[in-house]
Write a protein that binds this ligand. Structure first.
Ligand SMILES: Nc1ncnc2c1ncn2[C@@H]1O[C@H](COP(=O)(O)OP(=O)(O)OP(=O)(O)O)[C@@H](O)[C@H]1O
Ligand SMILES: [Mg+2]
Length: 325
């Protein structure tokens, strides 16, 4: 048999055990002799990544539970491999579906780390792309573009955002099809060195899978990202502020709760991403407010406080049908 039509350099033919040696020479031997779940988790520190995921990310209970299930499967697979019970490397490609700003990219990054720690990918980096990174404008441009991206992603995770844009049935000779064919081959033949995560809206992804059964059959794990509830969004906001050394001043939290309540009902609400954007604008307003008093000595409290007025100046409180501002 000839080798795969599309073999992307950078991928090694080496078995997973060698991969682990490269990843962490000191613990690889111990990992190979691990016989307990605890030993695998301790030696790979994959447990620590999962704990961080639980701690750092607000809400997302069903997603966190799915990630733990997948991790459990991988750890058990490692133990099976150690006893010579696994013949082939498992399929690890995934789909992350949910609305914008629900944490898909953030969780994908953590997933890449978990896969790396457990020795399923050599490097554990994440390459995030959309259709434009894979598909060319002219004949002959798509294959080199797609292969270049795959080469970059080898040894890690290729995250394809809004994956359904690859497939444009209305356009008979769409170059997306060429990218799809290359991806499908590599997902099959080089799955021991590359994990692909397809991300996007749930309904469009479903239609995409229906038209592209090759993709569906290569995806082992489907993870659903629910929209955040208002309480989660408030927690996310406070966490984001804290990370940047800001906090809500008197009345500002209540104002932000009101802001969320209004914003949630407006179009184009993008969950945690909208929260991040709203806080960016509040920071701008805070800066302008402080800027307008050039002679006042600014204390640490002045510089870290987002005031109620910084929140209430948002257009969300004014014009009934504006969005984002
Ligand atoms: N559960 C969470 N806890 C804390 N921060 C979060 C959480 N979810 C998302 N964020 C933050 O919200 C922002 C958007 O998240 P992310 O980019 O992961 O979402 P996404 O689903 O990939 O969105 P998009 O579809 O817009 O790409 C990021 O800045 C991220 O850090
Ligand atoms: Mg994203």
């Amino acid at each position: 048999m000839a080798g795969p039509l599309y073999s992307i350099p950078g991928s090694t033919a080496a078995p997973p055990a060698t991969v682990a040696v490269e990843a962490d020479a000191a613990s690889a031997g111990a990992l190979e002799s691990a016989r307990t779940v605890g030993a695998v988790l301790a030696q790979t520190q994959a447990g620590a990544v999962m704990d961080e995921l639980d701690r750092d990310l607000v809400g997302l209970a069903p997603v966190k539970a799915r990630i733990r299930e997948i991790a459990a499967l991988l750890v058990i697979d490692k133990l099976r491999l150690n006893l010579g019970l696994s013949a082939t490397s498992p399929t690890l490609h995934m789909s992350f579906v949910g609305n914008p700003g629900t944490g898909k990219t953030t969780v994908a990054l953590r997933m890449a780390t978990i896969l790396h720690r457990l020795g399923y990918v050599r490097k554990g980096h994440l390459v995030a792309v959309t259709r434009d990174d894979l598909v060319g404008q002219y004949i002959g441009h798509t294959a080199p573009k797609t292969k270049e991206v795959l080469k970059k992603a080898m040894g890690g995770v290729l995250f394809i955002d809004e994956a359904y844009y690859l497939y444009r049935p209305e356009n008979e000779r769409d170059y997306g099809q060429e990218a799809i064919e290359i991806l499908l081959q590599v997902m099959e033949n080089q799955r021991d060195d590359l994990v692909v995560i397809l991300a996007g809206y749930k309904d469009r992804m479903e239609t995409f899978f229906q038209s592209n059964p090759g993709f569906r059959s290569r995806i082992a794990h489907h993870v659903d990202f629910p929209d955040y509830e208002a309480g989660d969004l408030l927690n996310i906001a406070e966490r984001m502020l804290g990370e940047q050394h800001y906090h809500f001043g008197p009345g500002a939290r209540e104002a932000f709760v009101e802001y969320l309540d209004r914003r949630l009902r407006q179009p184009q609400f993008a969950n945690a991403r909208s929260v991040r954007n709203a806080l960016e604008r509040a920071r701008l307003r805070q800066a302008s407010r402080l800027f307008s008093e050039p002679d006042r000595e600014l204390t640490s409290d002045d510089l870290t406080t987002i005031s109620e007025s910084d929140i209430r100046a948002s257009r969300v409180f004014g014009a009934p049908l504006s969005h984002e501002k």
